[in-house]
Ligand binder design. Structure first.
Ligand SMILES: *[C@@H]1O[C@H](CO)[C@@H](O)[C@H](O)[C@H]1NC(C)=O
Ligand SMILES: *[C@@H]1O[C@H](CO)[C@@H](O)[C@H](O)[C@H]1NC(C)=O
Ligand SMILES: *[C@@H]1O[C@H](CO)[C@@H](O)[C@H](O)[C@H]1NC(C)=O
Ligand SMILES: *[C@@H]1O[C@H](CO)[C@@H](O)[C@H](O)[C@H]1NC(C)=O
Ligand SMILES: *[C@@H]1O[C@H](CO)[C@@H](O)[C@H](O)[C@H]1NC(C)=O
Ligand SMILES: *[C@@H]1O[C@H](CO)[C@@H](O)[C@H](O)[C@H]1NC(C)=O
Ligand SMILES: *[C@@H]1O[C@H](CO)[C@@H](O)[C@H](O)[C@H]1NC(C)=O
Ligand SMILES: *[C@@H]1O[C@H](CO)[C@@H](O)[C@H](O)[C@H]1NC(C)=O
Ligand SMILES: *[C@@H]1O[C@H](CO)[C@@H](O)[C@H](O)[C@H]1NC(C)=O
Length: 229
């Protein structure tokens, strides 16, 4: 009889070991089930490079990014180019193919617009850079993003005419997957559900939410022991 109680106690121990785990999800520019493009922006090719380091002939319209930092990229020649998408997560990182002439972009998240200068002085030809990043967003809400061009960068290489070349390589967002993977128990019906937490700090909320479940397990075990005496 007493042996039958021991598994009940150990069963609850993993509940405090598990915690919320953040995860990064990256979506490539070619994933058109996730991203809507407009204003002429869309899938573009990166120039293949000969062994001698020169762009191979016969690749009209390719973009010269000899670092080969990405296999997929979306580019656009017009100031109207944009990409929009939705994501559910707490942080967002946008990667683009940029050079010394790249324009200033505007990143609008849920109607809140932030300018992100794409010019990377000294970079010729293109290479991959983080264009924009933000954190501290509500991880439980679906956010809407629009990446647009504001205009020529004030920090661009003034040797050239102003250009407004749109670019998106990929974006990464941070989810808090796994917050629901804690053990649920038949005997802890009074334990509050972790998913009812609306605070930003899921790991802390989770630990607190699990404590009553652990305590009630020991109470139940104690009651069971006493009733057997
Ligand atoms: C997600 O990616 C960003 C940018 O590379 C990094 O700073 C962050 O630590 C990553 N987060 C996780 C949970 O891997
Ligand atoms: C597009 O992105 C979504 C979300 O990351 C992913 O589930 C899906 O597999 C991707 N599709 C392709 C074809 O890459
Ligand atoms: C995007 O490109 C990557 C790498 O080339 C490939 O693995 C993936 O299947 C492509 N996704 C789509 C939606 O075409
Ligand atoms: C996203 O872009 C970065 C920078 O080029 C690259 O290192 C990374 O492999 C890309 N990730 C995916 C999944 O396409
Ligand atoms: C708008 O975005 C900026 C930059 O990401 C951030 O600092 C600011 O708190 C945001 N404002 C609102 C109202 O969300
Ligand atoms: C501007 O472009 C010229 C011509 O290609 C180049 O020599 C110069 O290094 C560039 N300057 C910057 C800051 O990128
Ligand atoms: C993104 O911006 C473009 C250009 O202003 C606009 O046409 C498009 O409707 C916007 N998309 C979203 C989802 O706001
Ligand atoms: C977590 O629980 C909430 C509410 O029950 C649910 O909407 C969400 O899909 C769950 N997330 C995971 C990763 O299981
Ligand atoms: C979340 O809670 C953990 C554990 O209590 C703490 O170490 C961490 O600083 C908290 N993070 C935030 C953003 O409040």
């Amino acid at each position: 009889m007493i042996l039958a109680i021991l598994p009940l106690i150990t069963f609850f121990i993993p509940g405090i070991i598990l915690s919320a785990s953040a995860q990064n999800v990256t979506v490539g520019s070619n994933n058109t089930s996730q991203i809507t493009f407009g204003g002429g922006a869309g899938d573009a090719s990166i120039c293949k490079i000969d062994p001698d380091g020169k762009v191979s002939p016969g690749q009209p319209g390719c973009y010269n990014a000899p670092s080969m930092c990405t296999s997929s990229v979306a580019m656009g020649q017009s100031a109207d180019g944009f990409a929009s998408w939705k994501f559910k997560g707490s942080a967002l990182y946008i990667t683009a193919l940029l050079d010394s002439e790249s324009p200033e972009f505007t990143v609008t998240i849920d109607g809140n617009s932030t300018d992100a200068d794409g010019a990377r002085p000294g970079t010729i030809p293109f290479d991959c850079f983080t264009l924009f990043s933000t954190a501290g967003l509500d991880p439980n809400v679906e956010h809407t993003v629009n990446l647009t061009i504001k205009g020529p960068s004030p920090n661009r290489n003034m040797t050239f005419q102003p250009s407004t070349i749109f670019s998106l390589v990929n974006y990464t967002y941070t989810t808090s997957d796994g917050t629901n993977t804690t053990t649920t128990s038949t005997s802890s019906g009074s334990s509050p559900s972790p998913s009812s937490s609306t605070t930003g700090n899921n790991s802390a909320a989770l630990e607190h939410a699990q404590v009553p479940g652990i305590l009630s397990a020991f109470v139940l075990a104690t009651i069971a022991l006493m009733s057997m005496v």
